[in-house]
Design a protein around this ligand. Structure first.
Ligand SMILES: C[S@@+](CC[C@H](N)C(=O)[O-])C[C@H]1O[C@@H](n2cnc3c(N)ncnc32)[C@H](O)[C@@H]1O
Length: 252
């Protein structure tokens, strides 16, 4: 996957992408990125990238000509052009899976009050939002999108399985996770996870992940009446301690 990012703050990308899973993926050449700074294309002595809005209003608007000059510096040939925007389609796991098919992407990060609409009309294929709130710039959105995409590239994580069994990919939410010690402050790891019985442990994880989904995001759980009865029977078979340690004590 190749990303070209248009941003007036290139160092934000180097900082995040030099750590953790993404830095490893970068070293393995599973993705590449380059940040193009619109300021480098500005022609006035102040290196301006924005100007006052016509019609009045607060803040400044990013200049279409400077952004166009920046777009012309990109080297991608078949890129999907995304503008990170609070007005865009919400970023979901489904959206991430769709975008997985795009090999080249240009990510445009707005700043100030936003970007001149005429530039968006001319160049942007899709607007994507990372949530119903307004950020100061599109850089966090671009990084969120890149992180979500790159961790799904086979070989990015230690075991691809980790991404396949993440929340939303299941579908639904992941089951609770436990590590050492087996007993922490009186909260004991469920016995089945210590049993060594692989089949039982896998079935337990499926059942508990459905219960977690039912509790936290019931909108994601789609069970038939029969499956629901089986899940209810499983829940009733759990001990109070097991329900508590899994964060399910208030599920009725
Ligand atoms: C202060 S915001 C501009 C918001 C704009 N005036 C509006 O009300 O729609 C500046 C830039 O941050 C980015 N941004 C803000 N919120 C975002 C969100 N929820 N998702 C993705 N990008 C966002 C966009 O690139 C936007 O151009």
């Amino acid at each position: 996957m190749k990303f070209q990012i248009i941003s007036v703050f290139p160092s934000l990308f180097d900082s995040y992408l030099s750590q953790g899973v993404l830095s490893q993926a970068l070293k393995k050449n599973l993705f590449q990125y380059q940040v193009l700074n619109p300021r480098d294309q500005s022609t006035d002595s102040y290196k301006s990238v924005d100007d006052r809005p016509f019609g009045g209003g607060d803040g400044m608007v990013m200049l279409p000509e400077v952004l166009e000059a920046t777009m012309k510096k990109r080297t991608l040939k078949k890129d999907h052009v995304i503008y990170l925007s609070p007005q865009g389609k919400p970023l979901t796991d489904e959206k991430v899976n769709q975008l997985q098919a795009k090999v080249e992407m240009t990510l445009i990060c707005g700043r100030y009050s936003g970007v001149d609409q005429r530039f968006l009309n001319e160049y942007v294929d899709e607007e994507i939002s990372i949530g119903d709130y307004v950020l100061s710039g599109g850089e966090l959105g671009a990084l969120v999108l890149m992180d979500a995409l790159v961790r799904k590239i086979p070989g990015s994580l230690g075991h691809l399985e980790s991404a396949e069994k993440d929340s939303f990919a299941l579908p639904g939410l992941e089951h609770p996770l436990f590590t050492r010690p087996q007993d922490w402050k009186g909260q004991k790891v469920p016995a089945i996870l210590l049993s060594g019985n692989h089949a039982l442990m896998e079935q337990w994880k499926i059942n508990v992940s459905q219960l977690v989904t039912l509790k936290k995001r019931p909108d994601l759980l789609h069970l038939s009446a029969k499956e629901f009865q089986i899940l209810k029977a499983f829940f009733n078979s759990m001990t109070d301690d097991e329900k508590r340690v899994c964060g399910l004590e208030d599920l009725k």
